[in-house]
Design a protein around this ligand. Structure first.
Ligand SMILES: [Mn+2]
Length: 383
């Protein structure tokens, strides 16, 4: 593969269509040649974020820009762990403590990919450290409020991996079919597109064209290996709890799964994925209290899945749960999926088996059902 010489880059300048995001990104990276960036993903990065972040890192390398691809939470879905391990994806966990211990003077900027900063615990620290935000590339709804040099927000695109593939295709990175790293990254991008479009069933032209391009470089066997990873026993236990606790009313299936370990929080969306497959159910909402023993905090985490075309998960979650004291919504969504997080705050802590823990769960469980009541059943029967 050829690397980015100054001469080649000058040739690239004229190659991008004027005014295109590719041209603007190229100009931005050119201005920062030789610097170091942090690519910040959401706390619980999914395949779309992981693959897009990696692709960005490879693109930036052509401008002699070194990037660390980081997340503050955990890789909690067995498929995400498999993706990272099997493709050698260079993601690193930086907790808020890790971040505070780092020498930030090494970095001249940060990049948000597949998010606009709202889903990372690191964002507040980044703003505090006055680390400039160089780029935001995302496909979620909402408008960005952070000062940023390069912004590419495309809510009509179903996967950020399709946006990154378009940059690559437009010439920001030449994929070499003989490079194992490129093959692995193309496979990760394919997985990112697949996973944000429900196996391409929600894909539109942009995603199909991106997948068609990646099909020349990806490794189908490797992708299969990632997809074959099995659910852990603890995830199965949460799904079992969701099944037995579910209440179905007006085609909504609502289930509280009580307490979960932090590493298992991805069991919640997986349980919602499962509940929405029941006959006569169009929308499933699963929630539980996630305990982070390291930081000694608890969060109520919920996931919504819907097949109902007229239900907008973003609106639904915002209307049901509202905002926190700082005016930020507890959650939101995109097509067919949404989620929320409510800090337990002062009530956090205690032994899971105690009466106090049971009471606390009952309070949150009742409150969530109360909040959902009006939306699920306007005629006002208790759930
Ligand atoms: Mn995404």
């Amino acid at each position: 593969m050829t690397d980015g010489t100054a001469l080649e880059m000058r040739a690239m300048d004229s190659a991008f269509s004027p005014g295109s995001p590719t041209e603007a990104l190229h100009a931005t990276l050119e201005r920062h040649r030789g610097e170091r960036f942090l690519i910040v993903m959401q706390d619980f990065p999914d395949p779309d974020a992981l693959s897009s972040g990696w692709a960005f890192k490879l693109i930036a390398q052509r401008y002699r820009i070194e990037c660390e691809l980081i997340y503050a939470g955990t890789l909690s879905h067995q498929e995400n762990i498999a993706l990272v391990k099997l493709t050698n994806l260079p993601a690193q966990r930086w907790t808020t403590q890790t971040f505070k211990n780092k020498d930030l003077s090494l970095y001249s900027g940060c990049i948000f990919i597949d998010s606009q900063g709202a889903t990372s615990q690191l964002t507040a620290l980044i703003l505090e450290a006055e680390l400039p935000i160089v780029a935001i590339i995302d496909h979620h709804n909402g408008h960005n409020e952070l000062p940023v040099e390069f912004l590419d927000l495309r809510p009509h695109i179903r996967a950020t991996a399709a946006i990154l593939t378009q940059y690559i295709q437009a010439g920001l990175l030449e994929l070499d079919p003989d490079s194992p790293k490129h093959t692995q990254c193309a496979t990760a991008l394919m997985h990112g597109i697949r996973s944000d479009t429900q196996n391409l069933t929600q894909a539109r032209e942009d995603e199909f064209l991106a997948a068609a391009y990646l099909s020349r470089f990806y490794d189908a066997q490797l992708l299969n290996a990632v997809l074959r990873t099995a659910r852990s026993k603890r995830v199965m236990d949460v799904i079992e709890r969701a099944l037995s606790n579910r209440v179905v009313q007006n085609n909504f299936s609502v289930a509280g799964v009580v307490y979960l370990r932090y590493e298992d929080r991805d069991a919640i969306p997986q349980a919602a994925d499962f509940l929405v497959t029941e006959e006569n159910v169009h929308t499933a909402l699963v929630y539980g209290i996630v305990r982070d023993e390291d930081e000694d905090v608890e969060l109520v985490v919920g996931s919504l899945r819907t097949n109902k075309l007229t239900l907008d998960p973003d609106e639904f979650i915002k209307e049901a749960f509202g905002k926190d004291s700082q005016g930020r919504f507890f959650g939101g969504g995109r097509d067919k999926a949404g989620g929320f997080e409510i800090p337990v705050g002062f009530l956090s802590g205690s032994n899971e088996q105690s009466d106090y823990a049971r009471l606390k769960w009952e309070v949150f469980d009742a409150r969530i059902k109360q909040k959902l009541q009006e939306l699920v059943n306007p005629s006002d029967n208790p759930l």
